[in-house]
Design a binder for this molecule. Structure first.
Ligand code: T46
Length: 139
C-alpha cells in the first residue's frame, strides 16, 4: 500500500531526555487541523472499523504498543507502532482497525481536517462499494 507510509523520524537525545518531530513538506504533505489521542484502552480494546473519504492522517504512538491494520478490501497491511520515532502517514480511503497491545498505550493522530462524521464510512459493505466506485485502491 503505497499510500500508507511508515517513516522513522529523528530522535534528538540529550541528558534531559529525547525529542522527536515531523514537519509539513518533509515527512507529511498536509496541514494538521486537528490532533486527537486515544488512551486508557479497555481490555476489549479493538477500535476503528471505519474509513475516511477525504481525511489524511499521521499516526504515532509516543508510549506503549499499538497495532494498526488497514485494508482497501483486497490487500491487508498491518503496522506495529512500538517506538515513538515511528510514524504512519495515511492517505484517504483505507478501512482501519487498531488495538493496544500494552497497558498505558497512547495513539496520537494529526488529521488534515476538523471532525466531520460525514467523512466516515462505518459499515464495511458500504466501504467496499465506495472503494470500488472511487477507485482509491493502490493496486
Ligand atoms: C481514526 C482512529 C485512529 C469527536 O467528537 N471528535 C473527534 O475529533 C474524534 C476523533 C472523535 N469524536 C467522537 C466520535 C465518536 O462519538 O468520539 C467518539 C469516538 O470516535 P470513534 O469511534 O471514531 O473512535 P475510534 O478510536 O474508532 O477512531 C478514531 C478516529 O475517529 C478516526 O479518525 O482514524 O481514531
Amino acid at each position: 500500500m503505497e499510500k500508507i507510509r511508515e517513516l522513522k523520524i529523528k530522535k534528538i537525545q540529550s541528558p534531559g531526555g529525547s525529542l522527536s518531530f515531523f514537519e509539513k513538506n518533509k515527512e507529511i504533505n498536509f496541514d494538521i487541523k486537528r490532533i486527537y489521542f486515544i488512551y486508557e484502552f479497555s481490555k476489549e480494546n479493538r477500535r476503528g472499523f471505519h474509513a475516511h473519504k477525504e481525511l489524511k492522517q499521521v499516526m504515532f504512538c509516543p508510549h506503549g504498543k499499538i497495532q494498526v491494520e488497514f485494508t482497501d478490501g483486497r490487500i491487508k497491511q498491518s503496522y506495529l507502532l512500538d517506538d515513538p520515532t515511528k510514524i504512519l502517514v495515511i492517505e484517504k480511503g483505507y478501512w482501519r482497525e487498531f488495538v493496544s497491545l500494552e497497558e498505558g498505550s497512547i495513539l496520537c493522530v494529526g488529521a488534515s481536517d476538523v471532525y466531520d462524521e460525514k467523512d466516515y464510512i462505518r459499515n464495511y459493505e458500504e466501504y467496499l462499494k465506495w472503494e470500488a466506485q472511487n477507485n482509491e485502491s493502490t493496486i
